[in-house]
Write a protein that binds this ligand. Structure first.
Ligand code: HEM
Length: 411
């Protein structure tokens, strides 16, 4: 759906409010991003107490510069209840690396990286291929179906579930919980959404705590047992940190990888020439996955707080002020990418911001990339025809961009 920019109200704050609240703008935020980049690339909002940056270079600077980091302040803007900082169960645990600054972040990420290694991920390739093939068998038998439901959602859950050692029968209960929890990652959410999100986070924490207790009693060779051993072998990981890490690893790959698959397939179906090119040159698939991540990133917003007075391209940001980085806007910045609105599976040198940048660069990126590669390799190899005749329906969120459903027919 195209946005009529001539009809869009003009000031940067009007644009921002439309991004956060207008379903039509959310369905296609890119024209509004473009206008923001042109009008006010480093913008101090009057409606929300924050700065917004939309250029590739400025977003990269904020994400990498150690003068910017994590704070409860940003957490509050991202939908937490006004008193969330005082409550027991914030949406993203404060014991999680995602909310930590050095030195805690360095310690937590270092410990987890020792176990969640690129090798462990690479070893998953044949298992992931088998999972994808089994799903495609079902899709073939039915002549098609809703890709979101049968592939994009179950696959990442199965993959990370296997890797971590979450029992199969327990995994499905996480779908509504992750949905409810991540709804509060949207700016300007209602109190009801926040309360539901807090309940969902609490339920996930409780589940993981009891799973840790039983795995402690009978360890296995999964990532969960390895993390428990780290915790029990030394005193460098607290029990709360262990729980937060497991919840983060399990939940962080759900909606994100799901939407890489859905958004990526939608981009291919909407650009038939690119789909044909990829069929002819399957070696381009890893590159195509990077282009999908650049073109329709599943995480559109990230945030940092100035930990001291700092500047962005010469503009002063005071200590304590929050900066929103529009990753989806950065990835379409014409100063960085020629023809940024063109989906081009042969584009080189993307180095996009879909996984953010700096010390919080997505720890699961190698796993997400592997899943994306295997899905598109197998899908294209298996089905000479993949078609969809339905209009795309985007989910209402902006932070997490993904489709409600994606009905396809295959043969
Ligand atoms: C296409 C799929 C994915 C996308 C687009 C994505 C995106 C991101 C982004 C933007 C961040 C940075 C957040 C911030 O700066 O606050 C992040 C962090 C993180 N992601 Fe992902 N992610 C994906 C898949 C995964 C998977 C599969 C996992 C785990 C299995 C994962 C685990 C993590 C973790 C643990 C962090 C925190 C890193 C840190 O704070 O140092 N992600 N991800």
């Amino acid at each position: 759906m195209a946005t009529d920019l001539d009809g869009a109200a003009g000031s940067p704050d009007d644009l921002l409010v439309s991004l956060f609240s207008d379903p039509e703008v959310r369905a296609d935020p890119y024209p509004v991003y473009q206008r923001l980049r042109e009008l006010a690339p480093v913008h101090r909002s009057e409606v929300l107490p924050l700065w917004v940056v939309s250029r590739f270079d400025d977003c990269g600077t904020v994400l990498r510069d150690p003068r910017f980091g994590k704070s409860d302040e940003a957490q509050r803007i991202f939908g937490s209840a006004p008193d969330a900082a005082q409550r027991e169960v914030p949406i993203i645990s404060r014991h999680s690396m995602l909310r930590a600054n050095p030195p805690d972040h360095t310690r937590l990420r270092g410990l987890v990286s020792r176990e969640f290694t690129p090798r462990r991920v690479a070893e998953m390739r044949s298992a992931v291929t088998a999972m994808v093939d089994a799903i495609l068998d079902d899709l073939a038998a039915d002549g098609g179906g809703d890709v979101m439901d049968v592939l994009a959602f179950p696959l990442p859950v199965r993959v990370i579930g296997e890797l971590l050692g979450i029992p199969e029968q327990d995994r499905d209960q996480f779908r509504p919980l992750v949905r409810d929890a991540s709804a509060a990652l949207e700016p300007m959410t209602s109190r009801d959404v926040v309360i539901r999100a807090e309940r969902a986070s609490e339920a996930m924490n409780d589940y993981v705590r009891s799973l840790i207790a039983s795995r402690r009693a009978s360890p296995s060779d999964d990532l969960l047992s390895a993390l428990i051993e780290l915790r029990d072998g030394g005193d460098r990981l607290s029990e709360d940190e262990l729980v937060a890490t497991v919840v983060l690893l399990f939940a962080a790959g759900f909606e994100t990888t799901t939407n890489l698959i859905g958004n990526g397939l939608a981009a291919l179906l909407n650009h038939h020439d690119q789909l044909q090119r990829l069929r002819g040159e399957p070696a381009l698939i890893p590159n195509a996955v990077e282009e999908m991540l650049r073109f329709e990133p599943s995480v559109q917003l990230d945030a940092r707080t100035a930990l001291e007075d700092a500047d962005i391209d010469g503009v002063l940001v005071r200590a304590g002020e929050v900066v929103l980085t529009l990753l989806g806007a950065a990835n379409r910045d014409p100063a960085r990418y020629p023809n940024p609105d063109r989906f081009d599976v042969g584009r080189t040198g993307q180095q996009h911001l879909a996984f953010a940048a700096g010390i919080h660069f997505c720890l699961g990126a190698p796993l997400a990339r592997l899943e994306g590669e295997v899905v598109f390799e197998r899908l294209l190899a298996r089905f000479p025809t993949i078609e969809s005749d339905r209009a795309l329906r985007w989910r209402p969120g902006l932070t997490l961009r993904g489709l409600e459903s994606l009905e396809v027919s295959v043969s």
